[in-house]
Design a protein around this ligand. Structure first.
Ligand SMILES: Cc1ncc(COP(=O)(O)O)c(C=O)c1O
Length: 348
C-alpha cells in the first residue's frame, strides 16, 4: 500500500484525511475524565452537541461507524430475528458479518434503485413471526448517503415513508448516517429532518468531517442508555477519550464546508463525463463520491489506478471496470483539475 506524500491527491476515501492544526491543538488542550463512568467533559459536550444538531435527546460516542451500527442494532433486536436492509448496505457487505456474528441477526436484503428501496418491497419483506418457518423481523436499516450507490442521499420523504411503515409494524429503524451531513448538504435540508423520524442514527466524524477517530449514535435517552450498556459489552467504553472527542468537536463545527467537497466531486464528474472511454452516471453524483466505469478493452480499473499512481493520484478500483473517487477536506479545486488532466493523459 502506498504511503501518501504531501503532493499526493488521495481520492481513495474520505477516511484518509489528516487531522488539521486546529484539531491537533484542541486535542492537546482537551479536558478529560473517565468516560466509562460518564466523567469526560469533552465527550459529554460532543454528545450533547451531536444530539442537539440532530434534534434528538441524547448521543453516545463510539470509536467507529461499524461499532455505532453494531451497538445501535444490537440494542434494539434479539438473536434469531431478521434485519431488513438494502442489498448493497454497508452493514451487509462491509462490516465483517457483525450483524450476524455479534447480534445473531439474519439479513433480509431488498434491492434498491441507486440505494433507494421500494417501500412496498420493504413492507413485503416484513415477517410478523406468525409463520414458524421464518425469523421475525427485528429492525429495518437505512443508509444515507448510500456508499455503494455512489453517495446518493435518500430523499427525506423516503426516510419518512420507511419509518411510518416500520412503526406501523412496531419495528424500529436504524439509520447508518455515516455521511448524514453530506446527505443534508446534498438535499439542502437541516440534518434534523433526516434524523428525527428514525429510532437511532449513527454518523461518523472520521469521514467527510475529517476527524481522525469516532462516531456518534443519537436517539431517545432511554435507548441511548441501552446502547451505553451494549457498548460496554463489546469493549467500547473508553477512559480519557476527550483527547479524541476534542478533534471531533472541531470537525463537527466545520460541517458547513462539506458543500466544497460536493462541488469538487461534481467538477470531476462533469469533466470525466465528456472523456471517451469513461462513463459517469451524473444522477448519482450528489455528494462527495464519483463512481466511474472504464469502458475500454485495453485498460481495466486496476491498471488505470496504477497509472494514476505515477501522477501521485490514489484511487480505488471497485471491480474490473469501476473506480471510486472520493473528495474530502484535503482535496482542492486545483487538485480536481490535476486529476482530470492525468486521466486524460493516461487514456489518450
Ligand atoms: C456507509 C458506511 N457506514 C459505516 C461505515 C463504517 O465506518 P468505520 O470504518 O468507521 O467503521 C462506513 C465506512 O466507510 C460507511 O461508508
Amino acid at each position: 500500500m502506498p504511503i501518501p506524500g504531501s503532493e499526493t491527491i488521495d481520492l481513495r476515501s474520505d477516511t484518509k484525511t489528516q487531522p488539521d492544526a486546529e484539531m491537533r491543538l484542541a486535542m492537546s488542550k482537551a479536558e478529560v475524565g473517565d468516560d466509562k463512568s460518564g466523567e469526560d467533559p469533552t465527550v459529554r459536550r460532543l454528545e450533547e452537541m451531536s444530539a442537539e444538531i440532530l434534534g434528538r435527546e441524547a448521543g453516545l460516542f463510539v470509536v467507529s461507524g461499524t461499532m455505532g451500527n453494531l451497538v445501535a442494532i444490537k440494542s434494539q433486536t434479539r438473536p434469531g430475528q431478521e434485519i431488513i436492509c438494502e442489498r448493497q448496505a454497508h452493514i451487509y457487505l462491509w462490516e465483517g458479518g457483525g450483524i450476524s456474528a455479534l447480534c445473531g441477526l439474519l439479513p433480509r436484503t431488498v434491492p434498491g434503485v441507486n440505494g433507494v428501496m421500494n417501500p412496498a418491497h420493504v413492507e413485503a419483506a416484513i415477517s410478523d413471526g406468525s409463520n414458524v418457518h421464518v425469523g421475525p423481523t427485528g429492525l429495518i436499516e437505512l443508509e444515507t448517503t448510500h456508499n455503494m450507490a455512489g453517495g446518493v442521499a435518500l430523499p427525506v420523504e423516503h426516510i419518512h415513508q420507511i419509518c411510518d411503515l416500520a412503526h406501523r409494524h412496531d419495528l424500529p429503524v436504524h439509520l447508518d448516517g455515516a455521511r448524514i451531513f453530506n446527505a443534508a448538504v446534498a438535499l439542502g435540508v437541516d440534518p434534523e429532518e433526516l434524523a428525527k423520524p428514525v429510532d437511532t442514527v449513527q454518523f461518523c466524524f472520521s469521514k467527510g468531517l475529517g476527524a481522525p477517530i469516532g462516531s456518534m449514535i443519537c436517539g431517545d435517552r432511554g435507548l441511548i442508555e441501552e446502547c451505553r450498556r451494549v457498548r460496554n459489552i463489546v469493549g467500547g467504553a473508553l477512559r480519557q477519550v476527550g483527547v479524541i472527542a476534542a478533534a471531533a468537536i472541531v470537525a463537527l463545527e466545520s460541517r458547513n464546508r462539506l458543500h466544497e467537497d460536493h462541488e469538487n466531486a461534481r467538477r470531476i464528474a462533469m469533466q470525466l463525463h465528456d472523456l471517451p472511454g469513461i462513463h459517469v452516471d451524473l444522477a448519482t453524483v450528489q455528494s462527495n463520491i464519483v463512481n466511474l466505469t472504464v469502458e475500454r478493452e485495453d485498460i481495466d480499473a486496476d491498471s488505470l489506478c496504477r497509472a494514476l499512481e505515477t501522477y501521485q493520484i490514489l484511487a480505488t478500483p471497485r471491480d474490473d471496470t469501476r473506480i471510486r473517487l472520493v473528495t474530502h477536506r484535503q482535496v482542492t479545486a486545483d487538485d480536481t483539475a490535476r486529476v482530470c488532466a492525468a486521466l486524460e493523459e493516461v487514456l489518450a
